[in-house]
Ligand binder design. Sequence first.
Ligand code: SF4
Length: 449
Amino acid sequence: MAKRVYIKTYGCQMNVYDSARMAELLAPLGFTVTQTAKDADLVILNTCHIRERAAEKVYSELGKIRRMKAAKAGRGGRMIVAVAGCVAQAEGTEMMRRAACVDLVFGPQSYHRLPKLIARALRADGDRVLDTSFPVEPKFDFLPETTGPRDVATFLTVQEGCDKFCSFCVVPYTRGAEYSRPVIQVVAEARRLVRGGAREITLLGQNVNSYHGEGPDGREWRLGELIRKLAELAGLDRIRYTTSHPRDVDDELIAAHRDVPQLMPFLHLPMQSGSDHILAAMNRRHTVADYRRIVERLRSARSDLALSTDLIVGHPGESDLDHRATLDLVDEVCFAQAFSFKYSPRPGTPAASAPCQIPDDVKTQRLGELQLLLANQRRNFNAACIGRTLPVLLEKPGRHEGQLIGRSPYLQSVHVTAAAERVGEIVPALITAASANSLSASLAEVVRA
Ligand code: SF4
């Protein structure tokens, strides 16, 4: 009998990718994806631990799910509730204790076992299942092949986990040690994605440019080499990757930015702080001078490269001078986009127990200053596109009748008026207006007519 699964995805693109793979794992068991939790037979919350109060948000959602589960039981039905992802990994045992409605908790490295875990949870004795192990077998070897239609712009995980242990970050604890998928496996999946209709693929990894997968020649291949290989795939017009670490930007990757036209001129390169003292406290393993040098080299390789970044204000020990240094470096580098946050402690990470925590009002004031500067840079970057004709990949219908939304090479959202059947085309678009968050454009061929 057909069963329905509702998957709520929190956080990053890697979770989006994982949720899609979970749906594929469940399809042979008769599960189809539904957009509402109320009548679902299986609810999966695929959680993220990066944002502040992540666990509380999950518990709050579980409160709603508990009522839906009880209502369904009242109608004679059954709902299995599962929590996956990084909060599950970090809080598994506690979650089982606090949330009685949860039947199944599993971490990001064990979701390939989902069919078996579901079977256990479905048994009549109501066995509750916790699997937050880091299996020795790479989960990618056990996932079904991606098939069927794909979004025109889609994701492909090539690397997972992290060995960097930045002071503020839970990823090494929740996703485990770095693992890179073999080149042959990545290329095969990319080929299937392109066959399914993808024209753009974003290669994903927590620390994607530390990629060191086994190549067909038995050597370890780095990300630049993988990108060159993927660029040989007919029909794959755009390649991106995220999230990168400055320390792992190597010559091969910089050369790929110079030589591979499919590699889009946009790079998310987290800076976190503009102060050497704070970068050291964060265990970022690079200096301000290193960051500056990498940006210069990347921009020499690809002069129109636009940069995006992550920044944290108020890391323990951050002085006014450190904060000033961050503002200065942001001013100098100039970003097209940025994600900036107040530091907030993650249990179990070194910075959480570090002395010299910064008061919240100071963090708020510093974040305000930083975001003002970043918003100006973003607005200026978008405004500078007015009058240019950019190739835009049309991805999906917009909110208004006859409108499509696409992406420029610089990852800007672009609104154009075009027929729905043009989704999937890369069109020349004349940029006519810009706001902080998006561009408006006319199809250039229409303008010429
Ligand atoms: S490199 Fe990125 S994923 Fe790894 S610990 Fe640092 S912030 Fe977290």
